[in-house]
Design a protein. Sequence first.
Length: 336
Amino acid sequence: MPLRPGRPPRVTISDVSTAAGVSAATVSRVLNGTARVDSSLVDRVHAAVATLGYRPNAAAQGLARGEWGTIGVLVPDLANPYFPDVLKAVSAVARSHGRRMMVMESDEDPAVEHDLVEDLMRCCDGVLLCSPRMPRAELAELVARKHPLVLFNRIVPGLPVPSISVDFHGGMTAVCGHLAQLGHRRAAYLSGPSASWANAERLRAFESARAFGLEVEVVECGATSEAGYDAVAAVLAAAEVTAILGYNDLVALGALARMRELGVAVPSAYSVVGFDDISLERVAHSNLTTVSMPRDELGRRAGELLEQLLVNGDDAEPTYLPMSLQVRDTSGPPRG
C-alpha cells in the first residue's frame, strides 16, 4: 500500500535493533520489561528509540505482559441518546491510560447479557456494565470470577463490586414534588423496561410522592419514543390524570408527539415530564421539563473507577451522583 503523500515511513522494531546493534528480541524484552537485560543494552535500545522516534505497539506490549490494553463496555441500547456522552467520557479516560474501548450492545435483552460479558472478559482487561438488566444471581456469578468489573447505573447491595449511579430515586422524587406543588393530584408514569434497576428506583419514589398528595398510576411502556407514543391512549382513558411522567425523555417525547397529533394541549390539558435531559437537539426541538444528570462526569468517574480497579484492585462503596430538576415549558398547573 503506498504511503500518504508527505508521510514518513513507519519506524519498525527491526530499525531499532539495527541502530542499537542488538537483536529484535532484545529490543522487545527491553520495551516490554518482560525479562532482565544488561543495563548497557537497555541504554542502547532506549537511545535508538529516542533517535528514530519509534513508537511501540501498545497492544503488543500489553499482550506480552498478559494484558489486552482494552476495556469492554456493555450497554443496553446504542440508539438511546443517553449513552453517547457517557461512552465518550469513558473512552477519554481509557485513552489517557493507554487503553482502547470495545463496546457491545444487548438490545435490551437480559438473556444475552451474560454471554456478551463473557465475550468481553475474554479479550478485555476490565468490563464496565452500563445499566445491566440481568438477574442478581447472574451478576454475582460474574463478580465471583474476579475479573475486574464495574457496575454503572446499577447498585446491588451485598455484592462486592464497585458501582456508580445517579440518584434515580431522588430525581423522580423531585419530579413528583414539582407536580404536587403545581397542584396535580394524579399522574401516570410510563414505566420503563421491567428488568431495569433504574426503573425500579423511579417506581420506589412514588411511595414518597403520596406524602406530597400525588398518586401515580403505572402504565406499562418501555424505553423508546415509539413506546411513549403508543402508551398515550391508555393515559388519556385514565380518570383524573393530569400529568404524564416518562421513564426517559424519549418516552416523554413520543407521548408529546402523539398528543400533538390528537390536539391535546400541553401543559394546559396535561403536563409532561421526561427524565435524563438527553441532548434534545439530536431527536426533537422541545423545551421538555425533565431531570438532568452530569453524564460527562458520570462517564468519567465510571472510567476512573474501572482504571483504579485494574491498577490497584481496590473496591469501594457505591457512589451516587445527584440529579437536578429542569423546569421548562411542558409542565404547569392542572386543568380546571
